[in-house]
Design a protein around this ligand. Structure first.
Ligand code: ADP
Length: 312
């Protein structure tokens, strides 16, 4: 109930605030009955689209389970005596925060900053986790689901850095979707941070599709293994990747000062540069301009796993 949640989160105070997103604020809480940590996303019902986001999240996540999906434990809704509507979503807590913090620690306040850089093998494992959950959503669910907002801030890491894809506020069960709402959200700026990750066809009225997710995944791969945001100079400083060239030297691309991190776990005689070139090539093939030319998630997963087997 709302009362229990208020108690568990100590009245939603700033001391247990984790972050705020497009439609709400996320708090860390201890559920006394279960004695486990949870993340409580309190929706800002004044925000246009908050209700639709709440419904999309519930509808997409209600019947599906995958080790690389964030677990929605329950949803809570109530109205107080003044008639104010309260809605919250309760998830399993991810102690290592979002991937975004790990990729761009310089932008994170010191107290929350990760203490080290992700190694090459950790990045590859996270990439494979995300590819396999996309394959599950696109092909193996009872109804195909497009996430529609894949980006590093929506990928959460548990204590052993396993990736869990979160934030299904824009996700569409593809058999029944509201196209106008979707396009509206993309253009209204409600979907923060999406520029650079959204497929080019979404900018010209394209429908949500599994191919759109593949594009965002490709951008994510390039970001993971270059360390650069898609809006950076490396990618031409805008949301298209056409100016990106394969000639950029992979060893220079992932700008990790400590080379031992780059090489940790690599098999003897297998250069990091070669591994990076192959992974970046997978990313680039996911970012093809034409949706039908992009890799399928099953193929991307297979290729990434075989790169891991060969080099580590
Ligand atoms: P956005 O809409 O910007 O993607 P969210 O509202 O989903 O953001 O989440 C805001 C922030 O809260 C995230 O960037 C993440 O750091 C944190 N967060 C969300 N869910 C969890 C969770 N289950 N465990 C830990 N942290 C979380």
């Amino acid at each position: 109930s709302y009362g229990d949640l208020r108690n568990a989160t100590d009245g939603f105070s700033s001391s247990n605030l984790i972050g705020s997103g497009s439609f709400g604020t996320v708090f860390k809480a201890l559920l006394p009955t279960e004695n486990n940590l949870v993340a409580v996303k309190v929706l800002n019902m004044q925000r246009h689209g908050a209700m639709k986001s709440f419904m999309a999240e519930c509808e997409s996540l209600k019947d599906i389970r995958h080790r690389n999906l964030v677990k929605l434990l329950t949803a809570c809704s109530s109205i107080d005596f003044k008639g104010n509507e309260f809605r919250a979503l309760i998830y399993e807590f991810m102690p290592n925060g979002s991937l975004d913090m790990w990729l761009h620690p310089e932008e994170v306040e010191e107290t929350r900053r990760p203490s080290r850089t992700l190694t090459l093998i950790e990045r590859l494992n996270i990439t494979i986790d995300v590819a396999s959950v996309l394959d599950y959503l696109h092909v193996h669910c009872h109804e195909p689901i497009a996430h529609c907002d894949l980006k590093p801030s929506n990928i959460l890491l548990d204590d052993d850095l396993t990736a869990h894809v979160s934030d299904f506020g824009l996700a569409r069960v593809l058999l029944k979707f509201d196209k106008d709402y979707f396009l509206n959200q993309l253009s209204s700026g409600n979907v923060r941070g999406t520029i650079g990750y959204a497929a080019p066809e979404y900018g010209t009225g394209g429908q949500p599709s599994i191919h759109g997710d593949v594009y965002s995944f490709g951008v994510l791969v390039l970001e993971m293994f270059t360390g650069k945001r898609p809006t950076s100079e490396l990618f031409g400083g805008n949301c298209t990747l056409h100016s990106y060239t394969k000639s950029v030297l992979p060893e220079r691309v992932l700008d990790i000062a400590d080379q031992s991190i780059l090489h940790s776990g690599l098999r003897v005689g297998f250069p990091a540069a070669e591994c990076l070139t192959l992974v970046l090539d997978v990313g680039l093939r996911c970012c093809e301009e034409s949706p039908m030319n992009r890799l399928a998630t099953a193929q991307a997963t297979k290729e990434l796993i075989s790169i891991r087997e060969r080099f580590f």
